[in-house]
Design a protein around this ligand. Structure first.
Ligand SMILES: N[C@@H](CCC(=O)N[C@@H](CS)C(=O)NCC(=O)O)C(=O)O
Length: 221
């Protein structure tokens, strides 16, 4: 018999919702069962569904019994505390502090990258020329990746060796680089490919491709 899920994750469309992707990948890394509720964004009844399930009007939201956690970074921290052996953060204190810094930077910065290259996993943006501001964000992201891998990532293909929250926070960025065909140096390209091959990422991408909802403002021709 399947174990009963205590956790419930409220998500947006898997094709478009980058913050939801982070929450879902974090939950998946715990290995614990969880239920999923997808709220299709920007549809007629989205506001009502969000009013019922999203305290801040945003997805993702994690429910654990009476507790609700309504932000992807807070969800990552909560799950890391609840599942201390799941490896959400690196074990080493210096690596962990750096991983928290890169997640926080993703959480609070890269506005141009987020606004100009919205996540759209199904699409292919051949021909999009990134602005200077986006190119600066790409440069900073790849510099972060290089620095984490050089200092801490020698035991595996990811930023801190094994797959952890830092990779999860940058997985939607990898989706954007793939969709908009952003040119990367060899090391960044190898890292992006490792993320694309991760089984949880593949699972999310397959679910995104199977969705039928579309959000015209995020679709590229
Ligand atoms: N800081 C929040 C951001 C969440 C967020 O902005 N989610 C977007 C979807 S990716 C959302 O709910 N958009 C719906 C809306 O703006 O109505 C987090 O990390 O969870």
């Amino acid at each position: 018999m399947d174990p009963v899920a205590e956790l419930r994750l409220v998500l947006g469309n898997k094709n478009y919702s980058s913050w939801s992707m982070r929450g879902w990948l974090a939950a998946r890394l715990t290995g614990a069962p969880f239920e999923e509720t997808v709220i299709p964004l920007y549809q007629e009844d989205t506001a009502r569904a969000k009013a019922d399930m999203c305290p801040a009007g945003r997805v993702p939201v994690l429910y654990d019994g009476d507790i609700s956690i309504w932000d992807s970074l807070a969800i990552g921290e909560y799950l890391a505390e609840k599942f201390p052996d799941a490896g959400l953060w690196p074990a080493d204190a210096a690596a962990r502090a750096t991983a928290r810094s890169v997640c926080s930077e993703m959480h609070s910065q890269f506005v141009d990258l987020r606004n100009e290259l919205p996540m759209n996993i199904r699409a292919s943006g051949d021909g999009i020329v990134p602005t200077e501001a986006v190119r600066a964000d790409v440069e900073r992201v790849t510099e972060l990746w290089r620095s984490c891998q050089t200092s801490f990532g020698t035991s595996g293909p990811f930023l801190f060796g094994p797959w952890c929250l830092a990779d999860i926070f940058y997985a939607p960025v990898v989706m954007r680089f793939r969709t908009y065909r952003i040119t990367l140096d060899d090391k960044a390209e190898a890292y992006a490919n490792a993320v694309l091959e991760h089984e949880h990422v593949r699972e999310w991408m397959a679910a995104a491709s199977a969705e039928s909802w579309s959000i015209p403002r995020y679709d590229i021709s």
